[in-house]
Write a protein that binds this ligand. Structure first.
Ligand code: ZN
Length: 87
């Protein structure tokens, strides 16, 4: 059994995709409705890509596959991402 990581383990990957630190962004799980910082998500990185699961209900909230020159980001398990911005 693979030991899962937390969302901080994909901070660099998320920064590459979004151009900013996303670990403090709040995600709402589309399955159970819980909200939490991406840093608290459960991450499995042994698949061909990265699988991000909800810490509360274990539903898949995101999948990321990185390949040379491109990436695929599946966020269908997230109702919304709340990203803090300066006023
Ligand atoms: Zn959930």
């Amino acid at each position: 059994m693979t030991t899962p990581l937390d969302g901080n383990s994909i901070a660099g990957l998320l920064r590459e995709l979004f151009g900013r630190d996303m670990t403090a962004a709040t995600a709402r799980c589309d399955s159970c409705g819980s909200t939490g910082e991406l840093a608290r998500a459960v991450v499995y990185d042994t698949a061909p890509g990265v699988v991000v699961r909800c810490r509360e209900c274990t539903a898949v909230v995101a999948r990321v596959v990185r390949a040379p020159g491109r990436a695929w980001l599946d966020l269908r398990g997230v109702s919304y991402l709340q990203i803090d911005l300066p006023d």
